[in-house]
Write a protein that binds this ligand. Structure first.
Ligand code: NAD
Length: 357
């Protein structure tokens, strides 16, 4: 039986870039069954919840989810359960997608698009592994209250050793397939959770003697990322630090439209790990419907799906090399084009297709 992939295009540029990614995915793997469901604002507009029962059933029987993006200005200000983003929240929660993996690469030829000097980002190829289901975003108590007539608020940062162990393993396993270096980021000079984090990461590291481990305090990590970004291989960190550092790492590349992500959980598929794969950007309402969005992030998300959920590294690499070739040949979408006339979303995808070997 062929593997089913859940295609959830969502809102804004989501459907445009996802269509491009599905073209590439089905070209390299025509055996896959790609089934689509409406989520996010598109579902809400049709009178359904952001994540409908039908979409959930599709995800349940799929090997992985290729997700576009969710969010529409008309739903801003509504409570979370009535907003498009609730679809993503439920998927992350219900499939316990605890590991957010964000590769950050500067493609040869795109160095000048970075906000840093070209020589600093040349060869930049790092991955941020962010813990996604614990820490201060979820710990209890978490509330605003009035005590003795004074307003106060509390958030709780809580980690248990098993949560740290499993995310550390994701980072070390990944490092083994790359340059074999893990940088763990914490704030152990101040935070108890960070002291536990560092101890557990060091414990896990003993199982990976072939991988070098170093530690950085989060404030220093933020500086080193803009000072010597090309030195990093795999960065592993807790939820809130990862939220901030992964966005900082993302802007180093010059376009948010080039960066894919995977969110992996505990569920296994026949040949790999179930996961949700999506561009790191949002729905970009400012350019939606114009056919000019960069589909690179969506196409590379499909490559990550092949690698992690279908154990198909060969085809993942085929796609990644085709994207690389497209850039090397000068293909540029509007946000990156300076000298060459820009390609639209579909034309860029066609260039990637033409460069599949
Ligand atoms: P955004 O990432 O959608 O856009 C930021 C800027 O980057 C915009 O100028 C946009 O045009 C540009 N951009 C983004 N993707 C691009 C691409 N592929 N090609 C070219 N340019 C691209 O962030 P935002 O404007 O802050 O958010 C818009 C909506 O998306 C909001 O409703 C927000 O809640 C939602 N959002 C969703 C996700 C998600 O689905 N995972 C993530 C972030 C934001």
């Amino acid at each position: 039986m062929s593997d089913t992939i859940a295609i959830l295009p969502g809102d804004g540029i989501g459907p445009e870039v996802t269509r491009a990614a599905v073209r590439v995915l089905t070209q390299v793997r025509p055996d896959l069954t790609c089934e689509q469901a409406v989520v996010g604002g598109a579902a809400l507009r049709a009178g359904m919840p952001a994540l409908s029962g039908q979409a959930r059933v599709l995800c349940d029987r799929s090997a992985g989810i290729l997700f576009g993006s969710v969010g529409l200005p008309e739903f801003d200000g509504k409570p979370l359960a009535e907003r498009p983003e609730y679809a993503l929240f439920l998927l992350r929660r219900d499939y316990e997608l605890y590991a957010n993996v964000r590769p950050v690469r500067v493609f040869p030829g795109l160095e000048d698009a970075s906000s840093l000097k070209a020589e600093l980002v040349r060869g930049l190829d790092l991955v941020v592994v962010r813990e996604l289901t614990g820490g201060i975003y979820y710990g209890q108590p978490k509330e605003q209250r009035v005590v003795d007539g004074i307003e106060e608020a509390v958030d709780t940062m809580l980690y248990r050793a098993p949560e740290i162990e499993r995310i550390a393993r994701v980072a070390f396993e990944l490092a083994r397939t790359r340059r074999k270096r893990v940088t763990s980021v914490d704030k152990q000079n101040i935070l108890e959770t960070s002291r536990l984090w560092r101890r557990v990461v060091e414990r896990v590291a003993r199982e990976y003697p072939d991988v070098a481990l170093d530690h950085l305090l989060v404030d220093n990590a933020a500086m080193q990322l803009v000072r010597r970004p090309a030195d990093f291989d795999v960065i592993v960190t807790e939820n809130m630090f990862g939220d901030i550092l992964s966005d900082e790492a993302a802007i180093l590349t010059g376009s948010i439209g080039t960066l894919p992500s995977a969110s992996l959980g505990t569920k296994r598929t026949a040949s790999g790990q179930f996961g949700l794969y999506e561009p790191i950007s949002g729905s970009a309402p400012d350019i939606a419907g114009q056919g000019i969005a960069n589909p690179t992030a969506a196409i590379l998300s499909a490559a990550m799906l092949l690698r992690h959920s279908l154990n198909d590294d060969a085809n993942a690499q085929r796609i990644e090399r085709a994207v690389e070739r497209a850039y090397a040949l000068g293909a540029r979408t509007a946000e990156l084009a300076s000298e060459t006339p820009p390609l639209g979303t579909d034309a860029f995808a066609a260039t990637v297709l033409a460069n599949l070997r």
